[in-house]
Structures are given as structure tokens and as C-alpha cells.
Write a protein that binds this ligand. Structure first.
Ligand code: NAD
Length: 304
């Protein structure tokens, strides 16, 4: 595939999605304030190199291509203005409504009028982001899972004003990087996180109230229900700070008190235990990781 795709935000999700796109043959422009200094760019490239090396072990059809060539297709900038040649842009900044609204308004101003603006948001209604632009027909949700290079399907969110052409361009882009889009309608949390976030919040309270420890909660979901991983290891993989942000978005958008983050999650985040990315959350990890490395006790890849 050829063409330029923009990725805004180079964290857990943005880096993984940039990797998928570059491996799929696209030129990728990554925008992140952390890329504003030489040291920032070097740090981001080092993280991406590590992930590419590990992913090549897991995606045999890509093993033939040298990592350096994939990385060459990715360019880095700290300014959204660098996205003017992108035909498709995927926003991956933190889960904060005002921040994403600001980014969508900015993208609308700097991107080509025909560019699709997609969001990887976990829970913000896509039509709310579309309202910050003058192109609501070209706005869509692409809720990739984490780690993006390892998950085959993407929850695609079609908002009321998303055009049929935008939906088709999205499904075609995903197919070109070996992913299947599963289309759902718009609404807070869409399908996956409307369900998953309640489970994670409640599982955390089970631990906080002393009914069971985290290992037991996860083991019950694995051994009794046949899930590939438990809700608390999944939460560690997402990042407990991102889980709290997502619950707050769900609370704001629905008014449903069931989405209020429980004390256990809030205390963990306050104490810096944000999951795999900080080395400790409900479980402990050998070192801080960004998505692909194995936690203590085996590989876990399921995530919302
Ligand atoms: N972590 C997950 O498992 C997961 C899964 C699916 C969807 N999501 C969603 O993906 C989005 C990103 O989550 P994440 O876990 O990658 O977060 P993250 O904190 O790991 O990364 C966010 C990145 O955005 C950058 N950023 C902040 N402000 C910016 C700006 N103004 N312009 C450009 N870049 C900016 C930060 O420097 C950081 O690199 C969120 O909406 C989240 O809900 C996360």
C-alpha cells in the first residue's frame, strides 16, 4: 500500500498503530510534543525499534523486511502542520474530552479537506469530536486494541454523520494492514468499553474490599470462564490512568454513577502504580513496558 497516514500522539496506542501502518507500506507522519527535541525523537525511535524487533517474532510475514527500512517510512514532528500531505489521520492523544476536541479543531484546520480524521478514543462519542470540525462526514472512530500489532480486529465506530465513503475508506485501510473492522454505532464507550470498564471497576473493588486478591480474580476469569486473561491484568495492560480517564468520560457522558472510578483504582493511580507501563499495577512486571513485552507469569495480549 502507498500513501501518507498521520498519527497524532505517540504513546502506547500511537506507536503500535504507526508500526502497523509502516509495516503495511504506508509513509507515516507521527505528531507528538515529545518529538520536539532530538532526545525525544531518539527515545521514541528506541521504543519503536524494541517493539518492531519483538513483533517480528510474532508476525512471520514481516520478518523478511529489515527493521531499519520500516522505520525509514516513519517521520516525526511536534507540529500538526506536518500532516498536510496525509489522506488519513488517526488521533491517539490521552482520553480527555477538551484535549481531543482541541486536536480535532486543529486537524480540521491543517489537514487536506478530503482527509479522514479518525480517533482511537476508548469512550468519547465520535459525533462530539466531529462537532469540533467542519467535516463531520469525514470523522470516524477506529478503536484499535492494545497491543495494536498483535490484535486482528478493530472496533470501528460510525457516528450519525459519518459518510458511507468514510466508512469504506476506513475498512479498506484496515484491510490493507491485515485487520478487520467490526462496525458499531456511536455512543459513550461504544460496545467494548461500555461493558469492560464496569467489569474492571468492579473487579478492582473486589480486591480493595478484600474479597479476593488480584491473582485470584484473574485466575477465576481464566480458569473458570475460559477467558485468555483476567480483567485486572487487562487493566494493567491498558494503563490504570487510562482506565480512570475512560471511566470519567463514561460518567460525564452518561451520568450513570456505575462509571464513577472506585477508590481502589484511584489510589493505585495516585501512588504511581499505573500498570505495565510503570512496572506495577494490580500485578508486578519485570520492567516498565509499552505493550508488547511479556509480564511475569506469561504473555497477555487481550485488551480493550
Ligand atoms: N492503552 C490502551 O490499552 C488503549 C486501548 C485502546 C484505546 N486507547 C485510547 O487511545 C488513546 C491514547 O491512549 P494511550 O494509552 O496511547 O495514551 P499514552 O498516554 O500512552 O499516550 C498519549 C500520547 O499522546 C501525546 N500527546 C499528548 N498531548 C498531545 C498533543 N497535543 N499532540 C500530540 N500528541 C500529544 C503524549 O505525549 C503521549 O505520547 C486514548 O484515547 C485511550 O483511551 C487506549
Amino acid at each position: 500500500m502507498s500513501g501518507t497516514v498521520g498519527v497524532v500522539g505517540a504513546g502506547t496506542m500511537g506507536l503500535g498503530i504507526a508500526q502497523c501502518l509502516a509495516e503495511g507500506g504506508y509513509d507515516v507522519v507521527v505528531v507528538d510534543p515529545a518529538a520536539g527535541s532530538a532526545a525525544g525523537v531518539a527515545a521514541l525511535l528506541a521504543r519503536l525499534r524494541t517493539e518492531l524487533r519483538q513483533a517480528q517474532l510474532l508476525t512471520p510475514h514481516r520478518v523478511g523486511e529489515p527493521v531499519a527500512r520500516v522505520i525509514e517510512r516513519i517521520s516525526w514532528t511536534d507540529r500538526a502542520a506536518g500532516l498536510d500531505r496525509a489522506g488519513y489521520v488517526i488521533e491517539c492523544v490521552p482520553e480527555r474530552i477538551p484535549l481531543k476536541e482541541r486536536i480535532f479543531a486543529e486537524l480540521d484546520a491543517v489537514c487536506s479537506p478530503s482527509a479522514v480524521l479518525a480517533s482511537v478514543t476508548s469512550a468519547i462519542p465520535i459525533d462530539r469530536l466531529a462537532a469540533s470540525t467542519r467535516r463531520p462526514d469525514l470523522v470516524i472512530g477506529t478503536h484499535f486494541m492494545n497491543p495494536a500489532p498483535l490484535r486482528d480486529s478493530v472496533e470501528v465506530v460510525r457516528a450519525p454523520r459519518t459518510s458511507a465513503d468514510t466508512l469504506q475508506r476506513t475498512l479498506d485501510l484496515l484491510a490493507s494492514i491485515d485487520k478487520t473492522g467490526i462496525v458499531v454505532t456511536d455512543g459513550p464507550g461504544f460496545v467494548i468499553n461500555r461493558v469492560l470498564m464496569l467489569t474492571v471497576n468492579e473487579a478492582a473493588e473486589v480486591v480493595g474490599q478484600g474479597n479476593a486478591d488480584a491473582a485470584t480474580v484473574d485466575r477465576l476469569f481464566r480458569d473458570c470462564l475460559g477467558h485468555s486473561t483476567g480483567p485486572l491484568r487487562t487493566a494493567d495492560l491498558i494503563g490504570l490512568d487510562t482506565v480512570v480517564d475512560t471511566l470519567l468520560v463514561l460518567l460525564e457522558c452518561t451520568g450513570d454513577p456505575r462509571f464513577r472510578p472506585g477508590r481502589t483504582l484511584l489510589e493505585l493511580v495516585r501512588s504511581g502504580r499505573c500498570g505495565r507501563k510503570t512496572g506495577r499495577g494490580f500485578h508486578q512486571y519485570p520492567r516498565p513496558v509499552n505493550g508488547l513485552a511479556a509480564p511475569t507469569g506469561g504473555m497477555s495480549t487481550t485488551d480493550g
